[in-house]
Design a protein around this ligand. Structure first.
Ligand code: FE
Length: 215
């Protein structure tokens, strides 16, 4: 039996559909343009739609670690033009001061995040740039070498995990980038990798095909 719904991705037999639709639309976007401001502006709208609901992320990609924040790869574009990651914070966990070297979008899915941007001054030292911001579910933030690429991010919640969905203009786990000593501004190379050797299966559309065939 088909269930009537205004939103075809709300089908519970295909819970991963919102992520699949996002990956398809992002692929179309990177096919259309390589312009960073267009990618950030249009990618932001796509990511806002994805994180407007919290019913599609498989549990395996939502598990916190008692010690370190986790970065689970959800999808990497085969041409490495973008990647999608679930970032899972345990209570009280935070990043070091770091950069990305490519554009990035951060969409809050669950819980809340505190973000502090940093900027390198004329003396070469790093200093906080503006005040701390809180990202709430459904909100999207952006970073890039042109709009500001250095920040510190932390779970805003002391008593439970938070999860944000990140999209980057590269295969981010394999990008050589930097963490910084906040006192001196000295950079240190790092390559983040990913926390799991698996990605979600976006492509089991069999239930919808079966339902269509029997309709
Ligand atoms: Fe970051």
């Amino acid at each position: 039996m088909m269930t009537a719904s205004a939103d075809p991705t709300a089908d519970r037999s295909d819970p991963i559909a919102p992520l699949r639709e996002f990956v398809i639309e992002m692929t179309r976007l990177v096919d259309r343009t390589a312009d960073e401001s267009a990618l950030v502006a249009q990618g932001r709208q796509l990511l806002a739609r994805l994180v407007a609901r919290d019913d599609w992320l498989p549990d395996a990609f939502a598990q916190p670690d008692p010690q370190f924040y986790r970065q689970y790869l959800l999808h990497a574009d085969p041409l490495e033009r973008f990647s999608v990651v679930s970032f899972v914070w345990g209570p009280g966990q935070r990043t070091p001061v770091h950069d990305h070297t490519v554009w990035g979008l951060i969409g809050m899915l669950r819980g809340a995040e505190r973000c502090q941007r940093w900027r390198r001054g004329a003396d070469g030292r790093l200093a906080p740039d503006g005040g701390e911001e809180i990202l709430q579910p459904g909100q999207v933030d952006a970073v890039s070498p042109t709009i500001g690429d250095i920040h510190v991010v932390a779970n805003a919640l002391a008593d439970r995990p938070s999860i944000s969905i990140h999209v980057y203009g590269a295969n981010i786990g394999a990008v050589r980038r930097h963490v910084f000593d906040p006192a001196t501004g000295a950079p240190k190379d790092f390559v983040s990798g990913y926390s799991l050797d698996a990605v979600p299966n976006l492509w089991d559309r069999s239930a919808a095909v079966r339902a269509g065939a029997s309709a």
